[in-house]
Design a protein around this ligand. Structure first.
Ligand SMILES: NC(=O)C1=CN([C@@H]2O[C@H](COP(=O)(O)OP(=O)(O)OC[C@H]3O[C@@H](n4cnc5c(N)ncnc54)[C@H](O)[C@@H]3O)[C@@H](O)[C@H]2O)C=CC1
Ligand SMILES: O=C(O)CCC(=O)C(=O)O
Length: 528
């Protein structure tokens, strides 16, 4: 069945065409993002959801999203998506981190000019027939100091444009390296220094617990008198009420805001001041940027839904379209090794140790580890998948350790999964042969060679004569056909393992009878 995608915001129709060209069914309902009840009602029909900022992907929406595999944000900020809830549900969340950066940087520069020359107010007055030539006296930007808070993708483009305007650019960004600051031609400064020196301040950070109110009342008080403030990043970076007071007192000469604490902003403390310019979150709204992000998000979502390739996911490592087919058999192996261990483990797991030997060590092991943990916890939690597994393991206090050793041993690639509980430690190893099918090659240090099958019986016993005959008879008496039979032991007369693939479900009474056989230590049905 072809995957189905819902576009619930005003994305460029270019996205619709991409989905169609890739063989994905697509419903384009650009106003649906504003109707959360309707969205909750129909989201269960879709594998993918493509959004901008109007759609809020809340836990309630996700609870109904029974088929959903991916949310694609045609843009940068994913603060309208509940990432922990999506991750717990196993839904990949991806964005398009560069497609609208230039456009947003241009909006910030446009806002700065509009403030410096009071263009909106001058326009309104002129069109009202007032010709107030003496009312509007602007400031020149050349040689003025621009203070950038957050010098990432957009901030550095703003810096580049401002340097072109002959401004002096200073930046506060704890993650900006001195080399990068030098490359882009900005002076890296501390926040207080920026506040004291900037003639114009522009914000370009995401909204986080650290950046919320980065321009608080206290910070605004440290700014230069006559400063102008531009926010085209996120509402909440500036204390709007404190800024309104600073505008009132004349300390701040003007403010240009594209983003607000509450959006849509139909009323706001900043509204009504003649020296305030507001736009309705238009930073990314150009034909070019919208085409870029729509095409990119549709490509990324299609690649994931059709080929398992992951790019720009905020909650999972990237997997390229080239890597995806190489990873696929190892993801299956890792998940099945996890599942094997999970089905045998009844007590609380404390630690999972996963070792990657040989060629597999060079692959994206984060994805493999997530698959192994998903397989391990699935017997207890049916809904878990590779996306949600790491966070669920963390929530349960399970320590996940990874080791890679690129030198190959007996196998070109070997994955060993060790589960440690309070009572025991159990390891199982597997590989993928040239046929692409995963195999179990070692259980608790005993060599075996078995495939994972839909119905299996796992038996550990003392290596004594007569066991195999009695065991096979019991299966025959129960009318259960043996498809494959793998045996292994650590030494003659020592510990032995039988791993049997059978046609049909193993009845519980048969498991009890096998358990009663002399020399049997454990009998357990397994399903893969
Ligand atoms: N108005 C609009 O329509 C648009 C708004 N945006 C918003 O613009 C913002 C910036 O986007 P990008 O430049 O692409 O992000 P980015 O991730 O490339 O850059 C953000 C920068 O902020 C810095 N930063 C993080 N914490 C900081 C802190 N505590 N203090 C100072 N700097 C800090 C980071 O080190 C990074 O360099 C985002 O919030 C994004 O959502 C993006 C596109 C359109
Ligand atoms: O899609 C939009 O118009 C908003 C863009 C934005 O805020 C972002 O990309 O972070």
């Amino acid at each position: 069945m072809a995957p189905r995608v819902l576009i619930s915001d005003a994305l460029s129709p270019a996205a619709v065409q991409i989905f169609k060209d890739r063989g994905i069914e697509v419903d384009f309902q650009p106003a649906l993002g504003k109707d959360k009840d309707k969205l909750a009602e129909i989201i269960g029909n879709y594998d993918g959801l493509a959004i901008r900022s109007a759609t809020k992907v809340t836990p309630k929406i996700l609870a109904n999203a029974t088929r959903l595999k991916v949310v694609g944000r045609a843009g940068i900020g994913v603060d309208n998506v509940d990432i922990p809830a999506a991750t717990a549900k196993g839904v990949i969340v991806m964005n398009t981190p560069f497609g609208n950066s230039i456009t947003t940087a241009e909006h910030a520069i446009a806002m700065m000019f509009a403030l410096a020359r009071e263009i909106p107010a001058a326009d309104a007055s002129t069109q009202a027939g007032k010709w107030e030539k003496n009312r509007f006296m602007g400031v020149e930007l050349t040689a003025k100091t621009l203070g950038i808070i957050g010098c990432g993708n957009i901030g550095s483009i703003v810096a580049d444009r401002a340097i072109g305007l002959k401004m002096k650019v200073i930046a506060f960004d704890p993650f900006l390296s001195p080399e990068r600051a030098k490359d882009i031609g900005v002076e890296k400064v501390e926040l207080d220094d920026l506040l004291a020196r900037a003639d114009v301040i522009t914000l370009h950070t995401p909204l986080t617990d650290k950046t919320r109110n980065v321009l608080s009342a206290e910070a605004i008080a440290k700014t230069k008198k006559g400063v102008r403030i531009v926010n085209c990043a996120r509402g909440g970076l500036v204390d709007e009420a404190a800024l309104a007071q600073a505008l009132e007192s004349g300390h701040v000469a003007g403010a240009a805001f594209d983003v607000f604490i509450t959006e849509p902003a139909t009323e706001n403390p900043l509204f009504g001041y003649p020296n305030v310019i507001c736009t309705p979150h238009l930073g990314a709204s150009t034909t070019e940027a919208q085409e870029n992000v729509a095409l990119q998000v549709a490509e990324q979502m299609s690649d994931y839904l059709l080929r398992g390739a992951i790019s720009n996911a905020v909650n999972f490592p990237s997997i390229t379209a080239e890597e995806a087919p190489k990873l696929k058999p190892f993801i299956e192996l890792a998940e099945k090794l996890g599942s094997f261990a999970g089905q045998l483990t009844d007590t609380d797991i404390q630690t999972v140790r996963i070792t990657y030997d040989g060629a597999v060590a060079g692959l994206k092991i984060k994805a493999l580890t997530s698959a192994a943990v998903a397989g391990l916890l699935r017997p207890a939690l049916a809904d878990i998948n590779v996306v949600s597994a790491p966070s669920i393991a963390k929530e349960r206090g399970i320590v996940v350790e990874e080791t890679t050793r690129e030198i190959a041993g007996d196998y070109e690639s070997l994955i060993t999964l060790t589960v440690i509980t309070e009572k025991m430690e159990r390891s199982i190893s597997g590989t993928v042969f040239a046929d692409g099918r995963p195999r179990i090659v070692d259980i608790k240090g005993i060599k075996v060679d078995a495939e994972f099958a839909p119905s299996m019986l796992y038996v550990t016993n003392e290596d004594r004569p007569g066991f195999v005959g009695r065991f096979a008879s019991l299966l025959g008496d129960a009318g259960l056909n043996i498809a494959t039979f793998a045996l292994g032991r650590d030494r003659q007369g020592g510990d032995a393992i039988a791993l049997v693939e059978v046609d049909g479900k193993v009845p519980a009474e048969l498991v009890d009878k096998v358990q009663q056989l002399p020399s049997v230590k454990q009998a357990k049905p397994l399903a893969f």
